[in-house]
Design a protein around this ligand. Structure first.
Ligand code: HAS
Ligand code: CU
Length: 554
């Protein structure tokens, strides 16, 4: 079969890659819906409104709802969106279909089956362990097995991307990999390395334990393996948003990508630096030497750098667009961005809040300051600016061109979509500010504060703002589903062409060849991981007795 050309792929909205994207997106959107509904209940609890008795046939407790919220939003919405989106963009960028289409569909069904398996105990309140599932909290085995199947599915997506890239490379031995395909590959290769920790935790600890094959487990070893994956997973969510910020948003803004080589550099730094720093989630855990924790702190500061490169490069790219549209001055150009386009507005607003979330990340990463914020409401404040806005609002913005492209109908309700993205921005600013502040006042995270006897009088006003912000976010989500649903069901106008990939002011041919090589970066990543994790993981794995019994506290 001859590969389809880019224009064929584009003009054939329901081509195979697009259909697969549509399938993943459907699951992702259903998950997001469940996630935002449970989120509202939590925010209202903090404002003193307890709706849990009303939903008790479905949601048995605050902690049951929190598990549903976390799993659906950060694990399912993100992962399913990404597994559809990056292969779809890669096929467009390489101007060829995925190497193994049937493998692609088998992967989708494997992941969906895994999700369904995990959903049974989650909905049945037999896996109320939150999205981090720290033992000794113990879930039903189907929860662990189901999530493991989802992770195995992501590896098959990676395999398909690598095979597609290799076939393209055979046909184009001398060309630089097109940027969107290169970035998608980096994201999936990084994730494949990073997910080994979670796979080990599932296969050697949690699955045998939940099946009763071993008597006990160990919290520290499990947490260490979890965070081996749990930190880099945040970049697995973030990098696809970056792909859009680098390769599509500049064009949507009417400009060009400032520097292609700098963009590649940033992604290669993520490949090398994303994994060896998970101890920044475990500064307070006993049993890990503080020297290793300090090393992970320094490496966390290092992985901050590729995001700074992104800040610079993306801002310069947006600026080129705004100036081409008549923008002037040092700052005033910002107003000349095409703010009437909900897809771009969503992404730029996501960037603005992410700037604050990134600064907060640096505070979390600082070994000593972490003691002030760890396990406090500050941390959910941080994660809602990052995965809850940088990623989620960007993905929503992407769907504002993607859904029309997939269904062939123009977006219905552009103004409603604009209201939606601004409401998300405002709602999240209020919500996350209140959460950060509560954390600094000492309020714990992951707690039904509405029922806590130790709530301090000075928390009360801020807790109400959590409810206000959460309610605005919920309204924004409803508008989002109205716009998407309306487009699918009621739009009668044909869809405009999807955004083209941005050209670069400084293009790929300016980049040194080493930026299109894989081996040196993979070796460097492996060496850093071995140094940062090797001694601790070997010691824990060889000396830890697996004797802790499971707990079910819900
Ligand atoms: Fe984080 C905890 C440190 C980024 C998600 N993080 C979490 C948790 C989650 C999460 C879910 O070191 C909670 C986990 C749990 O349940 O326990 N995080 C960081 C650092 C970064 C960071 C240093 N986090 C993320 C991203 C996430 C995410 C991204 C999801 C997608 N985080 C931590 C630490 C903890 C933590 C500790 C543990 C805390 C504890 O004690 O438990 C950095 O990667 C951030 C870098 C970001 C920047 C911003 C760059 C800005 C850009 C926008 C450009 C803007 C433009 C607009 C162009 C440097 C790229 C124009 C703007 C103009 C102003 C003109
Ligand atoms: Cu982290």
């Amino acid at each position: 079969m001859t590969p389809a050309t880019a224009s064929e792929l584009r003009d054939r909205p329901l081509g195979p890659e697009a259909r697969m994207m549509g399938a993943y997106l459907t699951v992702a959107l259903v998950a997001l819906f469940g996630g935002v509904v449970t989120g509202l209940l939590q925010a209202l609890d903090h404002a003193g409104i307890n709706l849990y008795p009303w939903v008790s046939p479905f949601i048995k407790s605050y902690y049951h709802g929190l598990t549903v919220h976390g799993v659906l939003n950060v694990l399912v919405w993100t992962t399913f969106f990404i597994c559809g989106f990056l292969p779809y963009l890669t096929a467009r960028a390489l101007e060829r279909p995925l190497a193994r289409r049937r493998l692609g569909w088998a992967t989708f069904w494997l992941m969906t089956a895994g999700l369904a398996l995990a959903a049974i105990p989650i909905m049945g309140n037999a896996a109320t362990v939150m999205f981090t599932f720290y033992p000794p909290l113990k879930a039903h085995w189907a929860f662990y097995v189901g999530l493991t199947l989802v992770v195995a599915g992501t590896w098959l997506v990676a395999l398909n991307l690598v095979l597609t890239y290799r076939a393209w490379r055979r046909d184009h031995p001398a060309r630089r990999t097109p940027l969107p395909a290169f970035m998608s590959l980096v994201a999936f290769v990084m994730w494949t390395i990073a997910s080994l920790g979670l796979a080990a935790e599932m296969l050697f600890l949690l699955i045998p334990w939940s099946l009763g094959l071993v008597a006990g487990t160990d919290a520290l070893l499990a947490r260490s393996l979890f965070w081996f994956t749990g930190h880099p997973i945040v970049y697995f969510w973030l990098l696809p948003a970056y792909v859009s910020w680098y390769t599509l948003a500049p064009r949507q803004a009417g400009g060009k990508l400032f520097s292609d080589p700098l963009a590649r550099t940033s992604f290669l730094l993520f490949l090398v630096l994303s994994t060896p720093l998970g101890f920044h989630h475990q500064y307070t855990d006993p049993g890990i030497h503080r020297g290793w924790k300090l090393l992970h702190a320094f490496l966390t500061f290092a992985v901050f750098f590729p995001s700074l490169l992104t800040f610079f490069n993306v801002t310069a790219s947006l600026e080129s667009g705004a100036r081409a549209r008549g923008g002037k001055g040092w700052i005033a150009w910002f107003g000349k961005l095409p703010w009437g386009d909900p897809s771009l507005a969503a992404q730029v607003l996501a960037m603005l809040l992410f700037t604050l979330g990134g600064a907060g990340g640096l505070i979390n990463a600082s070994y000593n300051l972490n003691l002030v914020v760890h396990n406090s409401a500050w941390i959910p404040g941080h994660l809602h600016l990052t995965v809850g806005t940088a990623v989620t609002l960007t993905f929503m913005g992407i769907t504002y061109w993607l859904v029309p492209t997939l269904c062939g109908r123009a977006l219905l309700g552009r103004r409603l979509a604009l209201a939606q993205v601004w409401l998300w921005f405002v709602g999240m600013a209020i919500f996350s500010h209140a959460m950060h502040q509560l954390g600094l006042m000492g309020a714990p995270r992951r707690t039904m504060l509405g029922a806590a006897p130790y709530v301090q009088p000075e928390w009360a006003a801020t807790m109400r703002w959590v409810g206000v912000g959460g309610s605005i976010l919920f309204v924004s989500s409803l508008l989002y589903f109205v716009v998407i649903g309306g487009t699918l069901l009621a739009s009668r106008r044909p869809a405009p062409a999807p955004p083209e990939f941005a050209e670069a002011l400084s293009g790929p041919d300016h980049s040194p060849l080493v930026l299109d090589r894989w081996r040196p970066w993979l070796v460097l990543a492996a060496v850093l991981i071995a140094i940062a994790y090797g001694p601790t993981l070997v010691r824990l794995a060889t000396t830890t007795p697996l004797i802790t019994p499971g707990l079910r506290v819900w």
